[in-house]
Structures are given as structure tokens and as C-alpha cells.
Design a protein around this ligand. Structure first.
Ligand code: HOZ
Length: 429
């Protein structure tokens, strides 16, 4: 850790709990203190004391084009010059809503909000309003933001710190959150059946889990959930905050051809500014105020700067040559290099991936398919690997329960440097 990081964290800890504004950034999952970032460009981030790192955090997902993409910066600049917030509708919001509805066959209507947390929290309220039921089902290790009812067996930072169920959540709220193991259709069905016909309002899931490390849906899991929801009149909410416009144009729902009732988006659709969205079937979305009685609002909802950045991000992806094929190629190349690095260092581990989302699990297991298996991996070893990678100029997400994100700016040279860094880091473990 550099002197600069040390003095910044000491200063930060006096005025910000833990010195960070989002817990996983505190490096508690890997030990040591965080690197303070001053600037970024393309595939790189630079620390306050000007050390360069190849970045796989990518702001936790939004930076699919790489940092400081000129198309996004220009759009933000143009929007800022005409006013930063009006608290009134703008035509840009319609443009972005049309873009989303056009990309997503299951989305008739959409509402823009500020964060993935807001999107998921509101989608659940809406499902409850629509069905008149209270209970919801989520999957252990899936993270859907920090709304009260979702902080039960949550992934991401909550899992990293071993507190998957937060304090401060009222018992009544937690009681209405039922938890099933990811990829276990039979257990999910049993849970629904145990609660009777008119009890479960929604099933919410990450279609590819990214907040307990990358875990792909087992064959038939998503289709089975769709069928179960149809049978019991349950609203199926697909949380694409991480996967939306990341694993495919539109998201995992287009890759796996599933039709959610509602879905949530964030990260890529905001181009690095605070923007998220939830949307879906018209008859459900029309329950929202001012058309219906389910309330949701926000001073900065549909903020013109965030909308401009989001639109620029989606339009840039449309302009790019085969962006998702290229991201898949990059992901496959990195996966093969990491596999060879693990093998040559004789370190037991597996690499799980969907397109440009990647996780290395240090484990003897053949696959990681749910939270218990993710938790059984060697997270202490991940911490050591993380710090070696940092010493070798590569910034990974500071937790073994997270996805690494590859951007279009990670070219072959950058990927080769990453693989070399991994070889050196694994050999030194
Ligand atoms: N929950 C986010 C990762 N899955 C962390 C966001 C952040 O710290 O910026």
C-alpha cells in the first residue's frame, strides 16, 4: 500500500464510515486498504499517486466501452451545457425509453430511476401491488441492491463480509422474503407450494449470477422458473442490472430467450452515470402512479446528464463493429490464458464466465453452481492473488464474490499483460 493511499484512507475514515461510500470498496474481503483512484482512461485506472493499473472493476459494470469514451464524454458535456436537472420531463427520456423498449421484446413500458437498488425495490413493490400478495422469493447469493426485503442472504459486499442478512431489517419484512438455492428448481417449486396458491408475489433473480462470482443458470432453470410463475400467477422479475446490455444486446433475457414479467437494468444503460430502469408488461407497469396506486418518484429520476450518458452508451454499442462477439472473444481469450496460468502454477481453480463477465474461483470443485459452493472456495487465497495482481499492475474487484468486467478497450496486448500478471501472481502464492 502506498503512502498516498494510507494517508487518504486515514483521512476518509474520520468522516466516512469505513472510509468508503460502498462497503466492498473498503478491501475488507481481501485485506489491506483501498487504492484511491484519481483518473481513468480506456482499460486503465490511475491511483492518486499516479500508478497505472489494468482495470477489471470497470466501475462494477458500466464501463463496457472502456473509461472516458469520447462519445459519452461529449454527450455529457453537451447535456450539461443546457442544464443539469429540471425536475420536468425531457425528450431525451423518451429517446432512452424507446431505445430500451425496442431492444427488449418483453418490455412494453419502462421507468427510469437512479440506481439498481431503486429499480429492484420498486419492481418488487409493483409486483406486490399487482398481485395483492406479500411474499417474495429470491436466491441465496443473488444481490438486488440494498432494499430492506432484499438484504436476506444477499451476495456482493454483504456476502464478502459474512453478513448476508443485514441488521436493521424489520423481522416482518425479512419474514416475507423466502430464499431458495440458486439453480435449484425443485427447491423453488417446493417453497412456492409450501406457501399456498395466493401468497408469493414475485420471484426475483439474476439470470446470470454475478454477485457471488459468475454463475451461469443451469439448463432449464430459467425456463422452469417461467413455467412455475405462470402456474401460480407469480411475477417473474429478472434483475439485469449487471447483465443488461453486458452479456448481449438487451441482456441475458435475449441470450437465454426468456420472457420476464418485469426486469431491472442499471450500469451499462447509464454509461457510468447514476441511471437505472425497471420495466415490463404494460398491464403491470400501468399500476404505477400516476396511472395506478403504486407509488415511486425521484427528483433526479431521468436526470438529463444520466440520460445523455446512457443514450450515448447504447448508441455507441450499436455503432461498434460486433461488440458482443468481440467481448465474447476477449472473454474466451482471457479465460484460456487464466486456465493455463492456473495449470502451470498447479493452483486448483476454475474460471466461470459469461461473455465479458469472469470469475476465478480457487477451489477443487468442478463447478460453482450456487452460493454454498461459492462460499466453500478459498477466499483467503483469492485475497493473496488479488494483492499480487495489484503489485503486477492489474486491479481486480476486491472480493472473490464478484465478477471481473472486460471492456471493448481491453485489447490483445492488455489481455496478454493480464495473463502474464496472473502467471507471476499465481506462481508467487
Ligand atoms: N455492489 C456492487 C458490486 N456488486 C458494489 C458497488 C460499488 O461499490 O461501487
Amino acid at each position: 500500500m502506498s503512502n498516498s493511499d494510507q494517508s487518504l484512507i486515514e483521512r476518509a475514515q474520520k468522516v466516512i464510515p469505513g472510509g468508503v461510500n460502498s462497503p466492498v470498496r473498503a478491501f475488507k474481503g481481501v485485506g489491506g486498504n483501498p487504492v484511491f483512484i484519481a483518473r481513468a482512461e480506456g482499460p486503465y485506472v490511475y491511483s492518486q499517486d499516479n500508478r497505472q493499473f489494468i482495470d477489471y472493476v470497470g466501475s462494477w459494470g458500466p464501463m463496457i466501452l472502456g473509461h472516458t469514451d469520447s462519445r459519452i464524454l461529449e454527450a455529457i458535456g453537451t447535456a450539461a451545457a443546457t442544464g443539469t436537472s429540471f425536475g420536468a420531463p425531457t425528450s431525451g427520456e423518451i429517446d432512452l425509453a424507446e431505445e430500451l423498449v425496442d431492444a427488449l421484446p418483453a418490455m412494453d413500458m419502462v421507468r427510469l430511476v437512479n440506481s439498481g437498488t431503486e429499480a429492484c425495490m420498486t419492481a418488487l413493490r409493483l409486483a406486490r401491488a399487482y398481485t395483492g400478495r406479500d411474499a417474495i422469493i429470491k436466491f441465496a447469493g443473488c444481490y438486488h441492491g440494498h432494499g430492506d426485503c432484499l438484504l436476506v442472504k444477499a451476495g456482493s459486499g454483504a456476502a464478502t463480509f459474512g453478513v448476508p442478512s443485514s441488521s436493521g431489517v424489520p423481522k416482518g419484512t425479512a419474514n416475507d422474503t423466502l430464499v431458495a438455492p440458486y439453480n435449484d428448481l425443485a427447491a423453488t417449486r417446493a417453497l412456492v407450494e409450501s406457501r399456498g396458491k395466493d401468497d408469493v408475489a414475485a420471484i426475483i433473480l439474476e439470470p446470470v449470477a454475478g454477485n457471488m462470482g459468475v454463475i451461469n443458470p443451469a439448463p432449464g432453470f430459467l425456463e422452469g422458473l417461467r413455467k412455475l410463475c405462470d402456474e401460480y400467477g407469480i411475477v417473474l422479475i429478472v434483475d439485469e442490472v449487471m447483465t443488461g446490455f453486458r452479456v448481449a444486446w438487451g441482456g441475458a433475457q435475449r441470450l437465454f430467450i426468456i420472457t420476464p414479467d418485469l426486469s431491472t437494468f442499471g450500469k451499462v444503460i447509464g454509461g457510468g452515470l447514476p441511471l437505472a430502469a425497471f420495466g415490463g408488461k404494460r398491464k403491470i407497469m400501468e399500476c404505477l402512479a400516476p396511472l395506478g396506486t403504486c407509488y415511486q418518484a425521484g427528483t433526479l429520476s431521468g436526470n438529463p446528464l444520466a440520460v445523455a450518458a446512457g443514450l450515448a452508451s447504447l448508441r455507441a454499442l450499436k455503432e461498434e463493429d460486433r461488440p458482443y462477439e468481440r467481448l465474447e472473444e476477449k472473454g474466451a481469450y482471457l479465460e484460456a490464458g487464466l486456465r493455463a496460468a492456473l495449470d502451470s502454477a498447479s493452483v486448483p481453480g476454475i474460471i466461470q464466465r459469461q461473455g465479458s463477465m469472469v470469475t476465478v474461483f480457487f477451489t477443487d470443485q468442478k463447478a460453482v453452481t450456487n452460493f454454498d459452493e461459492a462460499a466453500a472456495c478459498d477466499h483467503e487465497k483469492f485475497g493473496k492473488f488479488f494483492h499480487k495482481m495489484l503489485e503486477n499492475g492489474v486491479a481486480l474487484p476486491p472480493s472473490g464474490y464478484e465478477s471481473w468486467f472486460i471492456s471493448l478497450s481491453h485489447d490483445k496486448e492488455i489481455l496478454d499483460q493480464t495473463i502474464e500478471a496472473a502467471k507471476a501472481s499465481l506462481a508467487a502464492l
